[in-house]
Ligand binder design. Structure first.
Ligand code: FAD
Length: 344
């Protein structure tokens, strides 16, 4: 890396501040935005610069409420653009306003959630600006020379690689929901609001939204943000046995998930998968039944406060990182736990 590092080109020298793009869908802010604000605050403090938020949406009370919340979660400045063309996410107007803002205010670091919206927007903004983007990061750090080091799993999760955007600005990264903890809101904090406007007119936007159909069947958001998660793996042996996982989750007031082969077998839908290629979870309690604890599963659960593993094999990898282990048949332990908690 040292040999690759050149002097930062002169035109990038006035790039400063850390920015977070706040994701709003139908008036609701995606919690990953606040998780990024918490982490962005740390990066900004380390660099001695400001933390800025970008709020894009229609002229609405919810858009203004989001601005206020950015201050509570640590923003010094919030750039806001209200325009009917920004009501529902479309790539063209969002890319234009964000690239305009970057060219005008020159952030050094630009962060987005690795959500469907964030992935789409970050890719086109990075391409338009001709800068580097580390997608799906799991760790962000400021290096000794003040550059952003973004780490992400690679080679099927067997390696972690750290990526630098050496001689380009801004340094962009998307980060998965739940990788960073939710920061505390300080409702006494206030910041400075800066109004911006969109150049693009509705008639210039080729994508038209004809209808908006909410996906009420998706459990992805609930699972990622559930306080208690019970999951089953191949040790449960068949689809019918997942009733034990669902029942315990229901008795505990939590949600349920599974390992990848369970999805591959068709026993549970893909949005129930936990791990590197599924959901990252950060519950207070995670109960893993009949799951071996492969690295690809581990990276999605290790943010849990308490991990309880039930496995018949005392040498299973999951016991290397579980806080509590039960060496027993999950098909006996799960119903026993459900009955015991149901009686309470
Ligand atoms: P197994 O490895 O088959 O383990 C079953 C476990 O159940 C064993 O430990 C066994 O001892 C135990 N057991 C058996 N019977 C019982 C019983 N009656 N009671 C209790 N325990 C019992 N995996 C994920 O989970 N999420 C991912 O996102 C993911 N992404 C991947 C991405 C890539 C690129 C690759 C290559 C792999 C990925 N995997 C992922 C797969 C991962 O490598 C493992 O194969 C998978 O996690 C194993 O699932 P499992 O633990 O359910 O099954």
């Amino acid at each position: 890396r040292a040999s690759m590092k050149k002097e930062l080109p002169e035109r990038f020298k006035d790039y400063k501040n850390v920015w977070v793009v706040v994701e709003i869908e139908r008036g609701r802010v995606h919690p990953v935005s606040w998780e990024l604000m918490g982490e962005g605050r740390k990066l900004a403090d380390r660099l001695g610069v400001q933390l800025c938020a970008v709020v894009l949406g229609p002229k609405a009370a919810s858009t203004k409420a989001a601005v206020k919340q950015t201050y509570h979660y640590g923003a010094d400045v919030c750039y806001i653009c209200e325009d009917a063309a920004l009501t529902d996410y479309r790539n063209a107007p969002y890319t234009e306003i964000l690239t305009d803002l970057v060219n005008k205010h020159k952030p050094e670091i630009l962060l987005l959630g690795a959500t469907p919206l964030g992935r789409d927007l970050a890719g086109s903004v990075a391409t338009t600006l001709g800068t580097g983007l580390t997608a799906d990061s799991t760790e962000l750090r400021i290096d000794d020379d003040n550059s952003l080091a973004a780490t992400r799993p690679t080679f099927g999760g067997t390696l972690l690689c750290t990526i630098y955007t050496l001689n380009f600005r801004p340094q962009m990264a998307t980060v998965r929901p739940r990788v960073f903890a939710m920061p505390e809101a300080d409702t006494t904090r206030a910041g400075r609001m800066v109004w911006e406007s969109l150049r693009m007119k509705e008639e210039d936007i080729v994508t038209k939204i004809l209808e908006f159909v909410a996906d009420n069947t998706s459990s992805e958001a609930n699972l990622a943000y559930a306080d208690i998660v019970v999951a089953g793996g191949m040790g449960l042996q068949n689809e019918a046995n997942f009733r034990h996982v669902k029942r315990l989750a229901q008795v505990l007031g939590g949600d349920y998930g599974c390992s990848r082969p369970v999805v591959q077998k068709g026993w549970l839908p893909a949005e129930r998968q936990i791990g590197q290629t599924g959901n990252t979870i950060r519950p207070r309690l995670y109960i893993a039944a009949g799951i071996s604890g492969a690295i690809q599963h581990r990276v999605g659960v290790e943010g849990a406060d308490l991990i309880v593993a039930i496995n018949t094999d005392p040498d299973a990898k999951i016991f290397e990182f579980a806080h509590l282990g039960v060496v027993a048949d999950a098909l006996t332990v799960l119903p026993a736990l459900s009955d015991a908690f149901a009686r309470r």
